[in-house]
Ligand binder design. Structure first.
Ligand code: ADP
Length: 167
């Protein structure tokens, strides 16, 4: 594969975002200041059974990121390295919380490096106030009527409460 001259710094932040949390939003806000454009890409993870459909997750992300001017929300399935190249990018941004994230992220980053050495994975450390926030934790809390305010955007809070009431 030929190397392009990456003049505009475009980064891709891939994830399940099922649903997006304030921990994710914090990473988007900080990463968006480092690049000309940040593409948040919802991907289909075959290992996870999502609560929200791909379309719903894209909508929730769009509603929660309107204040970030250089962000674009997209979705994809297939190989991440191929998607990143299609966007004229060579940077993947991922957030890191605890040590437990590290092993998975480390292996993924090395695998991507192996298939396309031009693509760099950049890690951003969580902000301490969100270090315990995860999409799965939010779903678990919401399932049992626990408080999730302040951990997810308001639009997500409303939607998840409505969704849990239907289950
Ligand atoms: P995936 O299914 O790929 O793990 P997630 O939607 O769970 O996708 O997370 C997307 C990215 O955001 C991952 O890099 C994850 O480590 C990171 N992330 C999730 N929650 C937080 C948080 N509270 N603070 C910082 N990064 C986070």
């Amino acid at each position: 594969m030929t190397c392009r001259n990456f003049e505009r710094r475009i980064a891709v932040c891939p994830g399940s975002f099922d649903p997006v949390t304030n921990g994710h939003i914090d990473i988007f806000e900080r990463a968006s200041r480092l690049f000309d454009e940040l593409i948040v890409a919802v991907f289909h993870n075959p290992n996870k059974k999502p609560l929200f459909t791909m379309e719903e997750r894209v909508k929730l992300l769009a509603a929660a990121t309107g204040h970030i001017p250089n962000i674009r929300i997209d979705s994809f399935s297939g190989l991440l390295n191929v998607y990143v190249r299609q966007q004229d990018s060579n940077v993947i941004v991922r957030g890191l919380r605890a040590l437990s994230d590290f092993e998975y992220e480390f292996q993924r980053a090395l695998l991507i490096k192996k298939v396309d050495p031009v693509i760099e994975t950049v890690f951003m450390m969580t902000s301490s106030e969100y270090s315990f926030v995860s999409s799965s934790g939010i779903k678990e809390l919401a399932k049992f009527g626990g408080p999730i305010a302040g951990m997810v955007p308001e639009s997500v809070e409303k939607e998840i409460v409505r969704r849990m009431a239907q289950i």
